[in-house]
Design a protein around this ligand. Structure first.
Ligand code: NAG
Length: 256
């Protein structure tokens, strides 16, 4: 154990002057909070990315329930205006996850509170639609949003496999921002000279949340029949927010 501790000290020192703002090794402790309407959040020791445990978010469709399915953990300071940040994590869908029907399941998102127009406003979101990943950016203002969607078609999501994600963003309300996404080590989205947040953000922080938010089971319930009785589990591990990409890469954070 002593050697392991020394090793991680040296590994940390070997990195550049990068700042790590948040790091979590698959535990419920250490987050700013939890929001939870349905489902369970627990630590699982049998499935993990590098070290036990990982976070297990599980949802089951309940025909008697007619509202949102949220189970998520939160970092209050996801971003402030004009920051550049990298958000890395590993996730894994359980074998029971269904890709059909292709409704939307939110894995990660940034949320702001704008009392006059939108008290729970998502900006960038990473979600699954069936077996495809999608993302979006939101510019404009909280009352008059400019939403741009991007599909991440080349990302092949496989169940029972850890996938590594890094979201890199320069959070700007004018066209000087960027959004970049790396999936399993490949850069799969590069959008530069874009607006990545709303111009009325001011000094507000957007939260960063991760979890199982079964958006489509509620919002798309008229389009698709939700899957009765099926259990949907997604695991997350090795979550980091840093000001440099390499420091947020789950592959480089296996020591945590
Ligand atoms: C994940 O959580 C669900 C719900 O509590 C549980 O049924 C399942 O066994 C957990 N997975 C593992 C691998 O422990």
């Amino acid at each position: 154990m002593k050697n392991a501790a020394l090793f991680s000290t040296f590994a940390a020192l070997a990195l550049t002057d990068a700042k790590v703002f948040f790091q979590n090794a698959g535990k419920i402790d250490g987050w700013n909070g939890k929001s939870h309407t349905k489902g369970t959040i627990q630590e699982t020791n049998t499935i993990f990315f590098s070290n036990r445990p990982s976070l297990n978010f599980t949802q089951i469709y309940d025909p008697g329930y007619d509202s949102l399915y949220h189970a998520q953990l939160r970092v209050d300071h996801g971003y402030a205006l004009n920051e550049e940040r990298y958000y890395g994590f590993a996730f894994r869908l359980d074998k029971n996850w269904n890709f059909e029907p292709p409704v939307d399941y939110v894995l990660a998102r940034f949320m702001g509170t704008f009392p006059s127009c939108d008290t729970t406003m998502p900006s960038t979101v990473l979600w699954l639609r069936g077996s495809k990943l999608w993302t979006q950016v939101v510019g404009g203002t909280s009352c008059d949003k400019e939403v741009v969607l991007y599909d991440l078609n080349q990302c092949a999501i496989t169940k029972e496999k850890w996938h590594r994600v890094i979201i890199g963003a320069s959070w700007k309300a004018d066209k000087t921002g960027f959004l970049k996404i790396w999936f399993d080590g490949q850069e799969v989205l590069t959008k530069t000279n874009i607006k990545t947040t709303v111009s009325d953000q001011g000094s507000r922080k957007f939260e960063f949340t991760l979890g199982a938010n079964m958006w489509g089971w509620y919002w798309q319930r008229d389009q698709y029949n939700p899957p009765r009785g099926a259990t949907y589990t997604v695991y997350f591990d090795t979550i980091t927010i840093a000001d440099k990409k390499d420091e947020a890469d789950p592959e480089n954070c296996k020591h945590i």
